[in-house]
Design a protein around this ligand. Sequence first.
Ligand SMILES: [Zn+2]
Length: 313
Amino acid sequence: MQRNLAMKLLLASGILLAMATVSLRGSEVNVDALARDASVSRSLSWLAHNLDWITEQHIRLSEIPAPEFSEGPRGEALRKIFEANGLKTRVDGIGNVIGERAGSQPDEIILLAAHLDTVFPAGTNVKVKRDGGRLEAPGIADNGAGLAALIAVSRALQEGRVRTGATIVFAGDVGEEGEGNLRGIRALVDSFGSKLRAVIAVDGAATDFVTTQGLASRRIEAYVTGPGGHSWSDFGAPNPITALSRGIVKFSGISVPDSPRTSFNFGVIEGGTSVNSIPNRAAVKVDLRSEDDAQISRLESALHEAIRAGVND
Ligand SMILES: [Zn+2]
């Protein structure tokens, strides 16, 4: 884990430093030459010599539970570290923790973000176990490692006394997982708007690739309602579970292209109150994704149609 972390940090800092320097020119950058720059090489050397400190921060934040919609305590701990790293900090209205490092161009912003929340529900034991150089805990990689990278990069820039053209905004964002539905990063992108020159999300356990293409996703809850009734005395009344199931089966036959890569998933289904009552409601949560937004719209209308056809049947 430590080796992976080191790779991730170096990768993230290399990209960030490169973008901070070239964002106004938009030209190719020679990373080797950049790494030899005195302030950048001080930063890289700080990273190489302070992995233990970075790992301590990584563990400390990962041991503060942060299920979606309850990111506050972990966010406050991150804010304090940002402040100690010389960033100008604030927390926005929905709980995103923001640390700014001013460049000479306040209207040119590079946003480096890692999400605060985890997929693990409240009550999960988040104590970190160390096994040699390996760290084990729920959320230690996704996205404890991303938060550690933000901390490390902001501290390394400070230690190296790196000066940038663009202003760099470090953000621990809320609501990335599940029902959070990306509300944190959406709010950040909305608030910085046209000033944004680059957005870098540090996330996930892989250190061997960088994703540069956007993926459109849409999450839908479809529900069917009916009069309900008793399983014996009202037998024959329309049943929302049957109608919804027919719709799901119809939709599942849809063909999706390999390119642009497109997917759909029925993730949660619920409805009914007891085995001997006809339910008055049934609902399903659906996740649609595609490299092309038009495919998502096509899937969404097909889903509407399929469920309507299920109801008609
Ligand atoms: Zn993640």
